[in-house]
Design a binder for this molecule. Sequence first.
Ligand code: SF4
Length: 222
Amino acid sequence: MHEAMDRRAGPKQLIYQKQAEQIIRNLNHRKIAGRYFDTASEAVEEICRMIPPGAVVGLGGSETVIETGLLEALRKLDINLLDRYRKDVTEQEVEEMRESGFTSDLFITSTNAITLDGILVNQDGQGNRVACLIYGPKKVIVITGMNKVTENLEQAISRIKTIAAPMNALRRNKLTPCSKTGVCHDAGCFPPNRICNQLVITEGSRTRDRITVLLIGSEYGF
Ligand code: SF4
């Protein structure tokens, strides 16, 4: 975020840069590392640099990982990628990858929301993604577009119920009330279709910089 970059940026990107500065400062207080990139390709390059050869890399379910080009870039690296998005992957293999993710060297996911004061908010159906965020993998990388930024915790949870969960339910062909009407009907939504089973609010990390959040000045994922 140097001056030359600022001069090229439009108003939206300038706002994203200013918000990112605030978020990164607050993440740092929470012992979480934060970086901002104007473009996805810069963020993807940085992530690829962060992964040592031979590392076991787990993936949380994420549209952002696909849309940013990160998945394709990871596939070209000399690593053991637990690639749940491989074309011929079986449900059994995906389940094994979920389990292997807990002991991976590095786990990559997005976040459903991030507040301006640096709190990560995530909701899972199964829970393996949020479990890896909390504990297990040695390092966690969170890649997210600035569209996931919310002013506070209340808005973060609202974002999940009004945007992230309904879109994810539709994408996964889940017969939830939100996928039918576009609106959350929490009281009438139950497993196995319900995808809002685990709500995890990450307010900090016991180990400094175990988690790194890479913010991208554009919109990705839900
Ligand atoms: S609780 Fe159910 S209806 Fe509401 S957002 Fe989650 S999956 Fe959709």
